[in-house]
Design a protein around this ligand. Structure first.
Ligand code: GUN
Ligand code: ZN
Length: 430
């Protein structure tokens, strides 16, 4: 049976920062879905004759589901932890919380809650850090698979500078990652990401093991952290004195390429930025986290000028919201502090097709086009009284989008679809 979603449909085919011809918008639009994939998109008048169950979302907007290319699933109870910057925040709050994910029961319960929260916020795909325990990745993959979600995830590899119970070894990290790859990578819509947490918590031997995995499985993502915080950078340079700079540590271990997702990437030298562009490694901006932890201001404009592909992500629990709308709001403000203006069309492109490109998954997700998976979010720009009042004076699509970007959160998400399936109120943990 086919489904026809009716609404105000918006999708991007190019970056608004690059070209005027970048999006399609159907004021009375429709999306025809069969077997979880988009069969057609266009004017409702042209698609209404299909034999399909129709769901009318007017006057709400229908966009591709949001993509969050950097988030930590074991930090669902770390979000909003007071008073520290990165290294103390990790030691005081994050590592103790991640220890609990040794328990498969705790991991399974939290995986369920985590995915419920993602979907309630309109996020249909994420690239997720699990804890060091394979059980945490098992739980997340199983829960994502049950929902039919396209999920990228990996257990963190960390063999030093972390408490007992939160360290593997170079060999164990390799073996556990490998077993998870064999079990989950390519199953349903799941993908494994090789996940050395960051240089501080990995010995050179472990980064070498991560590099060996990357060489054996070149289609896998690699996710880690890079140059987030000044104290972190100092400590990292002490641990790897032979490296030219922070990026060079990952480079020397074969961890840079177009499938490498480098979280934060704030305090980079010109050489590092040029090398990111040369290798194709992605810079993932985490605005709410960077403000919350006082880490610094990511310069998206400079990255784009240097031809570095960027993504934008929540980084919960350093980040302060699961909402990609709230994330785009803080990204807008960081751009302001950098003296740049981010157009709302550019922002919504970034959180959808832009992040799909960052993940190398643009053939599968991030746009409403025939053949793509029907991962969609339905947004209500009048979701709260304050938004509705502001929207009364909105005259253009860009204005409506900007209201969503600056004032929106999960209250503006009217519905989320994964592979054409509405994610029910049971998933909405409001
Ligand atoms: N660097 C290493 N681990 C983490 C983490 O969990 N969150 C953030 N924000 N940075 C990190
Ligand atoms: Zn992170």
């Amino acid at each position: 049976m086919k489904t026809l979603l009716r609404g105000r449909v918006l999708t991007f085919h190019a970056d608004p920062a690059d070209t005027a011809d970048n999006h399609r918008f159907w004021e009375d639009g429709a999306i025809l879905i069969e077997d979880g994939r988009i069969e057609a998109v266009g004017d409702h008048a042209d698609l209404r004759h299909h034999d399909a169950t129709e769901i009318d979302h007017r006057p709400n907007l229908i966009l591709p589901g949001f993509i969050d290319p950097h988030i930590h699933f074991p930090q669902v109870q770390v979000i909003a932890s007071w008073g520290e910057q990165l290294l103390d925040w990790l030691n005081t709050y994050t590592f103790p919380a991640e220890l609990k994910f040794a328990s498969p029961e705790h991991a399974a319960h939290m995986a369920d809650r985590f995915l419920g929260l993602l979907l309630a916020h309109g996020t249909t795909t994420a690239s997720t850090f699990c804890s060091v325990h394979p059980a945490s990745a098992e739980a997340l993959f199983a829960a994502a698979d049950a929902r039919g979600m396209a999920m990228v995830a990996g257990k963190v590899m960390m063999d030093r500078n972390a408490p007992d119970g939160l360290r593997d070894t170079a060999q164990q990290g390799y073996d556990d990652s490998r077993a998870l790859i064999d079990r989950w990578h390519g199953r349903g819509r799941l993908r494994y990401a090789i996940t050395p947490r960051f240089a501080i918590t990995s010995t050179p031997e472990q980064l070498q093991a991560a590099g060996a995995l990357a060489a054996e499985f070149p289609d896998l993502h690699i996710q880690t952290h890079l140059s987030e915080n000044l104290a972190e950078i100092d400590f990292t340079r002490e641990l790897y004195p032979e490296a030219r700079d922070y990026l060079d540590i990952y480079d020397r271990h074969g961890l840079l390429g177009p499938r490498s997702l480098m979280g934060h990437a704030i305090h980079l030298s010109d050489r590092e930025i040029a090398r990111m562009a040369e290798t194709g490694a992605r810079a993932i901006h985490c605005p709410t986290s960077n403000l919350f932890l006082g880490s610094g201001l990511f310069d998206d404009h400079a990255m784009r000028e240097a031809s570095v592909v960027t993504g934008v992500a929540t980084d919960v629990g350093g980040g302060t919201s699961y909402s990609m709308l709230a994330t785009l709001s803080e990204a807008y403000k960081i751009a302001q502090l950098n003296g740049r203006r981010m157009h709302p069309l550019q922002a919504f492109h970034w959180a959808t097709r832009g992040n799909a490109i960052a993940l190398g998954m643009e053939d599968e997700i991030g746009a409403i086009e025939p053949g793509r998976h029907a991962d969609l979010v339905v947004l209500d720009p009048r979701a709260t009284p304050a938004m509705a009042l502001r929207a009364e004076a909105a005259r253009t699509l860009a204005e409506e989008l900007f209201i969503l970007q600056i004032m929106g959160d999960d209250r503006a998400v009217a519905q989320t679809y994964v592979a054409g399936k509405p994610m029910g109120v049971g998933d909405k943990l409001r």
